[in-house]
Design a protein around this ligand. Structure first.
Ligand SMILES: Nc1ncnc2c1ncn2[C@@H]1O[C@H](COP(=O)(O)OP(=O)(O)OP(=O)(O)O)[C@@H](O)[C@H]1O
Length: 266
């Protein structure tokens, strides 16, 4: 795979804040269709990586002017076009969304305009409305269309937020800790939804610190620690006791069952 074929390729990304390296020469590549989990302990740089991809923050430039972040082979994008290829649900977005007073259907429609609410200058046509309803149906949230987002439970709001990311029918989804705040049953239903999306052809890139959230369809794991690439490869090799213990700095025992993994502290 070359940088030009990759869904996402990052070449030696360094992000500095207050003289600290939040990301330190981080390189990684994910192929289209390669469902991937990005795993790392608290503070390892996962959200920084998502912000870098979303262009909320910028890396140091390379002396030779070469691109640091490429998405589907390109480093320059118009935002609408990019969102039709890569739907992003970041932690910043999750927080903004859960505080919004917008009606759920409008919140999904706002995804067309990269805003959180529908404004007077946002022209919505019938095709967009159909796509937004389709996205709500897709995540099992059609019955919530008329509700205010602020009145939804965390699990319901999370489904509507995924519908918002899906409204452009993206080829890939980048999800940063999508299960945060969900109870075990809601989390499992949500993970089943991610599995279905993966099987239907949406490439999943799931950022998490919980191995329990790595759905069976995800085979590839990227491990981050201290803003650097710790390792990457097939999950059978990476999700092993010694490897995970070293990554998290604590002895853990890995369990497997029904295609899922679990990590128990020793
Ligand atoms: N604006 C900033 N200024 C200084 N340090 C920052 C800034 N943003 C993040 N950091 C630091 O960068 C490191 C990586 O943060 P990041 O949020 O990317 O980690 P994470 O892997 O997503 O962690 P978590 O799992 O806890 O969400 C942390 O030590 C954090 O304190």
């Amino acid at each position: 795979m070359t940088d030009h074929d990759a869904l996402l390729s990052i070449d030696r990304a360094t992000v500095l804040r207050e003289n600290r390296r939040l990301l330190d020469a981080l390189s990684l590549a994910i192929a289209p269709g390669q469902h991937t989990a990005i795993l790392g302990p608290n503070g390892s740089g996962k959200s920084t990586l998502v912000k870098l991809i979303e262009r909320r923050i910028y890396p140091l430039v390379h002396d030779d002017g070469s691109a640091v972040v490429r998405i589907f082979g390109r480093d320059r994008w118009n935002v609408t076009e990019l969102r039709s290829l890569l739907g992003v649900v970041s932690s910043d977005l999750r927080r903004e969304f859960e505080a919004s007073n917008e009606q759920a259907l409008n919140a999904v429609l706002s995804g067309f305009f990269a805003s959180m609410t529908l404004g007077l200058d946002h022209i919505v046509d019938d095709a967009m409305r159909r796509q937004a309803m389709d996205a709500l149906v897709r995540v099992g949230a059609a019955h919530l269309a008329e509700r205010d987002v602020s009145t939804l439970s965390t699990g319901e709001a999370r489904r509507v937020l995924i519908a918002r990311a899906l409204v452009h029918r993206p080829r890939a989804l980048l999800l940063d800790e999508p299960c945060a705040g969900l109870d075990p049953g809601t989390r499992r239903r949500f993970l089943d939804l991610l599995s279905e999306l993966a099987r239907e052809g949406t490439t999943l890139v799931l950022v998490t610190h919980h191995v329990e959230e790595i759905v069976p369809e995800i085979d590839h794991v990227v491990m981050l620690r201290d803003g650097r690439l710790f390792d990457q490869g097939p999950k059978e090799r990476l999700l092993a006791d010694s490897h995970l213990s070293e990554l998290f700095g604590w002895p853990v025992e890995v369990e497997r069952g029904n295609g899922f993994y679990g990590a128990r502290l020793r």
